[in-house]
Write a protein that binds this ligand. Structure first.
Ligand code: CAA
Length: 294
């Protein structure tokens, strides 16, 4: 299997910063790339905060936290990815933007390196085919928060070689994840099942089955979920949820994957959930309260 030592992570947002942190924690050198210094500093700041919290809680020594931080090199320059053995993209869930990014990165990174996408729903083959290395292209799908969630779906596109796929499995396992193989079908395993559940919760709310908090509290107390489905939608990001719905709808044309009107209206209002402070809940105060506008 390919020997992975240095890993590039494209995007330091909600998923990218977490992927960079778990990768550095597993002992790999990481090059974390963002579009500008301010966005990069924000992502690295989140990592530093979590490392400091782990030290405070006695879960990590200061020495280990410093070593993890020391393995993460932030950059805004694609050229710094040149000698990476694996490059994982975690940028916005837009095929157009991902293809534009791969077209810039592919000629720079050494030809034997493996590329991976953290897409939640787009077909991996559509990105693989746009590079000069479709045989060395896989999906590595992490879950939010990447530092905590135990699963990584390892996606095999029709062009993926056995070696690249096995490298993906070995890499996710080395990060301490349950590396689950899945076929390159929209939504893979988890979002195929989880997204219709979140959409059904929105529909149940629209139909007056329960209020926002009643639906959430019912699923926590009745099904043992750590978060209710509407809080989880906010947590995933309503914009991300909307993009995943659109991909699943395009692929399957089934009502269960269509955006409910409430979601569509919330997106028009610019309510993207926790990431910008407003979704089914308003996150501007000390504790979230139900958004009265929903
Ligand atoms: N980054 C790093 N660590 C975090 C974190 C974050 N953003 N959020 C929580 N944690 C850590 C905490 O530090 C804490 O660690 P310790 O046990 O070591 O102290 C631990 O997680 C538990 O956190 P809290 O006590 O603060 O809160 P909690 O018990 O309510 O757990 C949660 C928070 C882990 C997020 C939990 O609510 C949960 O599991 N929610 C469901 C998350 C989920 O379903 N994610 C998948 C979404 S789908 C997806 O991501 C795929 C996609 O493509 C859309």
């Amino acid at each position: 299997m390919a020997d992975i030592k240095k890993v590039g992570v494209l995007g330091a947002g909600l998923m990218g910063h977490g992927i960079a942190q778990v990768t550095a924690t597993a002992g790999y050198d990481v090059v974390l790339r963002e579009v500008d210094d301010a966005t990069l500093e924000k992502g690295i700041g989140r990592i530093e905060k979590q490392l400091a919290r782990a030290v405070e809680k006695g879960k990590s020594s200061q020495e280990d936290a410093d070593a993890i931080r020391g393995r993460i090199h932030g950059t805004t320059d694609y050229a710094d990815l040149a000698d990476c053995d694996l490059v994982i993209e975690a940028i916005t869930e837009s095929l157009e933007r991902k293809l534009e990014m791969w077209r810039a990165v592919d000629p720079i990174v050494k030809p034997e390196a493996i590329f991976a996408t953290n897409t939640s729903s787009l077909a991996v083959i559509d990105q693989a085919a746009a590079t000069t290395r479709p045989d060395r292209f896989i999906g590595l799908h992490y879950f939010n928060p990447a530092q905590v969630m135990k699963l990584t779906e390892v996606v095999r596109a029709v062009t993926t070689s056995d070696e690249a796929f096995q490298t993906g499995i070995d890499f996710a396992t080395a990060q301490g994840k349950l590396a689950t193989p899945t076929r390159d079908t929209a939504g893979f395993i988890v979002n195929r099942l989880l997204v219709p559940y979140m959409l059904d919760a929105i529909r149940a709310y629209e139909e007056g089955v329960g209020s926002v908090s009643e639906i959430d509290e019912a699923m926590k107390a009745g099904a043992g979920h750590p978060m209710g489905p509407l809080a989880l939608s906010d947590f995933v990001g309503l914009d991300t949820l909307g993009s995943i719905c659109d991909v699943l709808w395009d692929e399957f044309r089934e009502r269960r994957f269509a955006q409910p009107p409430t979601l569509r209206k919330m997106l028009s209002a610019g309510w993207y959930g926790r990431k910008n402070g407003m979704g089914f809940y308003d996150y501007s105060g000390d504790a979230p309260v139900v958004n009265p506008g929903v």
